[in-house]
Write a protein that binds this ligand. Sequence first.
Ligand code: ADP
Ligand code: MG
Length: 238
Amino acid sequence: MDKTMYAIEVDNLTKIYGKGETSVTALQDARFKVRPGELVAILGPSGSGKTTLLTCIGLINEPTHGTVVIDGTTVADDGWHSGIDLKRMRREKLGFIFQAHNLIPFLTAQENVMIALEINGLTRTDAKKRAVELLNALNLGHRINNYPTALSGGESQRVAIARALANRPKVILADEPTAALDTENGKNVMDLLKKLAVENHSAIMVVTHDHRMVENFDRILEVSDGRITAEKNNREAG
Ligand SMILES: Nc1ncnc2c1ncn2[C@@H]1O[C@H](COP(=O)(O)OP(=O)(O)O)[C@@H](O)[C@H]1O
Ligand SMILES: [Mg+2]
């Protein structure tokens, strides 16, 4: 199969924090591929390596060994691939939803989303339109002109989600995106992710430790002690 048939390809991916006796192998020999449009859950107990896996794919944590290929481009090959423009790859291909949202305090909700779009070349008018559309989809229509200090934790988290999704990235990585949300807003976020997988053909990986969420996903990777210990398909892929 053609390399670019996959949005994410990971092989032999290993992350060791520190050196010598105090080193921690947080991730060992991970290997999987994700197709465009696939929604994959990463499930596992606390400390099992879920965040490490996601941040290594998300180009914010340098892998120790192994390869990561994003949308046909090798980004890591026993450390960062030489000459790779990580910032540009992140901006153009990836949308990252962290546990801790980090909104820009002096911009309104709408402006926080617009800035991600304007950085990638959208006009102000188009950026505004798309920002409002996304914020509406996340039940934040009444909050667009509020500054982050006026938003609740759950509302801030949803603004950060809107910002991560704004550019319709090929690859969306989310680290427990619904953990801080109530049931209704958690469901809205999952519905939006599912919609993006279908409409934009985004490959989406979501860390969760909520087993009730799993029916939303095409595939589930179970992580334990830094290793992928099980892989389950919910639907027949492609
Ligand atoms: N920056 C770091 N330095 C050293 N050890 C780390 C670091 N980040 C994570 N770890 C360790 O790596 C392991 C996996 O952590 P993590 O990927 O955060 O797991 P999870 O997200 O599943 O809770 C844990 O043992 C954790 O203590
Ligand atoms: Mg984590």
